[in-house]
Every structure is written in structure tokens, then in C-alpha cells.
Design a protein around this ligand. Structure first.
Ligand code: ASP
Length: 273
């Protein structure tokens, strides 16, 4: 029997220090929401944590997601299971109430890995997933925000059967070009899971994660026997050195403690084993 574990993060983007405690509290609520489902398996726990964070207005996912250059919200979400490497994602969706639900449906459907825009919305609608008016994602606070920045929410879980699951959801990067897709829904870039080695999730400048295939690189390092804390630390160092990029990562190895690392001033995260 494996030791169950859950780690969640609320993004490594720039945050006024006055907001840090509130963001941390939001992440801890998500941890509780996820942990309450851990006996149902890693998928249920990770998805419940991310679904919760999609409703936390201080976090950049779902309600409270950042705005693109046109002042609109376009959401990405992704999910991957470590047992069979099934993966699913949606990108640039505007009217799916919980993008993580749609990502999961893409994974379970199995025909494709990533659907975007109108096609992703149509798929979600046909699957009976809750849809919404895009306006509900745009909070007054987001309208007022001027600073460029980024962050994402994510969760990685390991259940008592040793199965790993990663779930990610994001508004992407503030001021992004309409149509831009980040790393979060892309297996190997913003997330990856393989029961034989570990599962990881990233936050930060998505273009750098994509160019480095950073999530997959981390899992390969775990496969080669690198110590999980060094893998997490090394990944954010690599991000900084190779791409002059900022961000953070969380991971759960197939055995042992969850890890978190970031090269930004802060990244709210929480874990339980
Ligand atoms: N990685 C996300 C993206 O580029 C944003 C973030 O995590 O900060 O879409």
C-alpha cells in the first residue's frame, strides 16, 4: 500500500504582499477539498482541489482568471493520470464553468488530448458539462489590474494504490494575445504523470515550460533516480538560467514526500500526507 499524498499550489505570479495570506488560505481550503476525496483515488482528490480553486476569486483560474489583451478571459486546463498516461486538456475556452471538468472529459473520451476554443466548448456542451456566460469570470478586480503577471493553480495526488494524478487550470498570462495557449494543458510542458516515477505540475511563464518540456524533464530525472527535492529545485533553476523565466513547480514522486520549489518571491502551496 502506498502512502496517500496531495500537494496543491495557487500560482507563482507576482502578488502584493497584503494578499499573500489570503491566497495561502485559499490554497489551504483547496487542500481540504481535495484531501476529503483522497480515499476515492488520486483523480478525485486532484480534480476536487483544482475545481475548488477555480472558484477562488483571488486565484488565476476560473472565476478571477486574468484578462487577455482584449480584456477577455480565455481559460486552459489539463489533466493526466499516471497509470496509463491518459491525458486531456482544453484551451482558450470562455464559457465552460469548470474548465478542469472539460479537460477530464477530453481525457476520458480518449480520442484526442487537447481541444481548443469553440470546438472545446461544443465538446463540453455535448458532454453535459456546465456552461456559463463568459462575463462571470471577469471580476472587477481583474478589470482594474494593470500589472503583467502570471499564475496558475494545480494539484498532484498519490492514492493508496500508488496511482498518481495531476490537474491544472489557468487563465494564463495577463495581457496575452487572444488565442494564446500556455503550458498548462500540454502534457510534458506544464504537467506530467507516470506512476512508475512521479507526477509534476508547473506554474509560471508557460512559453518557457513548453520550450524546455520541463514537466517531462522532471519526471525523467525522477526515473533516473534523482532525489525529488533536487529535481524540483533544479527545475526552477533551469527555468531561470536557460530561459530567464520565473515560475514554480510541485511534484509527488512514486514514493516519498511531495516537493515544491519556485524562483519567484512567493508561491502559495500546501500539502498533506
Ligand atoms: N503557466 C501558465 C501559462 O503560461 C501561467 C502561470 O502558471 O503562471 O499559461
Amino acid at each position: 500500500m502506498a502512502q496517500p499524498a496531495l500537494i496543491v499550489h495557487g500560482g507563482a505570479g507576482p502578488v502584493p504582499s497584503s494578499e499573500l495570506a489570503d491566497r495561502q488560505a485559499a490554497v489551504e481550503r483547496a487542500l481540504e477539498a481535495g484531501w476529503s476525496r483522497i480515499t476515492e483515488g488520486a483523480l478525485a482528490a486532484a480534480v476536487a482541489a483544482v475545481r475548488h480553486m477555480e472558484d477562488e476569486a483571488l486565484l488565476n483560474a476560473g472565476i478571477g482568471a486574468c484578462l487577455n489583451l482584449d480584456g477577455e478571459v480565455e481559460l486552459d486546463a489539463g489533466a493526466m493520470e499516471g497509470s496509463r498516461q491518459r491525458a486531456g486538456g482544453v484551451a482558450c475556452v470562455r464559457d465552460v464553468r469548470h474548465p478542469i471538468d472539460a479537460a477530464l472529459a477530453v481525457m476520458e473520451d480518449g480520442r484526442h488530448v487537447l481541444l481548443s476554443g469553440a470546438g472545446a466548448s461544443r465538446f463540453a456542451r455535448e458532454r453535459g458539462i456546465e456552461m456559463c456566460d463568459p462575463a462571470i469570470f471577469i471580476t472587477d478586480r481583474k478589470r482594474q489590474e494593470l500589472l503583467q503577471g502570471a499564475d496558475t493553480v494545480g494539484a498532484v495526488a498519490r492514492d493508496s494504490d500508488g496511482h498518481l494524478f495531476v490537474a491544472v487550470s489557468t487563465g494564463g498570462i495577463k495581457g496575452k494575445l487572444p488565442g494564446r495557449i500556455g503550458d498548462s494543458p500540454i502534457p510534458g510542458a506544464g504537467m506530467y504523470a507516470d506512476d512508475r516515477h512521479g507526477a509534476v505540475c508547473g506554474t509560471g511563464q508557460g512559453e518557457a515550460f513548453i520550450r524546455l518540456s520541463l514537466a517531462k524533464l522532471m519526471v525523467v530525472e525522477l526515473q533516473h533516480g534523482m532525489d525529488p527535492a533536487s529535481v524540483a529545485r533544479g527545475a526552477v533553476e533551469h527555468l531561470g538560467k536557460a530561459m530567464s523565466a520565473v515560475g514554480g513547480v510541485i511534484l509527488i514522486p512514486k514514493e516519498g514526500e511531495p516537493q515544491a520549489a519556485f524562483n519567484t518571491p512567493a508561491m502559495p502551496w500546501a500539502m498533506r500526507t
